[in-house]
Design a protein around this ligand. Structure first.
Ligand code: UDP
Length: 215
């Protein structure tokens, strides 16, 4: 159950992060501490099917973020966007304000800074009074930021969002709906950014582990 003084942590779970967590205790702790783990990857849906679980569809971070931002706009809660290149979080915030009239943005900050300065960003977020914080620094940096500084931001909802600000700012195209419906969004993103090939190599290692691991 959510403790009164602890923020609500939302993680995105995919095969790559599961494999990385096996060798990274802090990342593993973050995933286990999360109040909600979104099945953000077709590999997680497959894993659930293989283990007789009940996950039947992906929930992408960007869709969930937009739902939360809509809720924030309706409830008068404020949001803070931290991450991506200079100017991207602002552009994403502007587009979100157009999409959700009445939305209050407490602030934004780019994500290209030395890790020693991350605590300064947590202080900036705290003084902005943001209710919800979305962190798009890439994995595992975004998870480790929230593990180390999430509480210090003073926000009630903390969520990792990967490269969502680039999409929301219109810098990166989301896959056409047909790819999304067929569970092939990963293929579209791979074609857009071939350097992402490394992350797909996690899947052939992950699925056999899902099958053989007892728990
Ligand atoms: N990023 C950042 N700081 C860094 C490295 C990356 O803010 O030091 C941003 C990058 O600009 C991008 C996001 O983090 O907006 C990560 O994107 P990625 O493709 O890793 O997201 P995912 O694949 O997890 O959705």
């Amino acid at each position: 159950m959510l403790k009164k003084d602890s923020p609500h942590l939302i993680a995105s779970v995919n095969p790559e992060i599961c494999m990385a967590a096996a060798n990274n205790p802090e990342l593993r702790e973050f995933l286990l501490a999360a109040n909600l783990g979104l099945p953000d990857g077709i590999g997680i849906v497959l894993a659930s099917r293989l283990r007789g679980g009940s996950i039947r569809q992906r929930i992408t971070g960007i869709d969930f973020m937009q739902a939360l931002v809509g809720l924030a706009a309706r409830e008068g809660k404020t949001i803070f966007l931290f991450g991506a290149a200079e100017g991207v979080a602002e552009a994403a915030a502007d587009n979100l304000c157009r999409q959700f009239p009445g939305l209050k943005v407490a602030g934004t900050h780019h994500g290209y800074l030395p890790s020693e300065q991350e605590s300064d960003v947590a202080r900036i977020i705290l003084s902005s009074g943001a209710d919800m914080v979305f962190v798009g620094l890439g994995s595992p940096r975004q998870e480790l930021f929230l593990a180390a500084h999430g509480k210090a931001t003073g926000a009630r909802v903390l969520m990792v969002v990967g490269g969502s600000f680039d999409v929301l700012a219109g810098r990166l195209q989301r896959a056409p709906e047909i790819y999304q419906k067929l569970g092939l969004e990963w293929l579209y993103r791979l074609l857009q950014q071939p350097s992402r090939i490394k992350r797909f190599l996690a899947l052939p290692k992950f699925l056999p582990l899902v099958i053989i691991k007892k728990n």
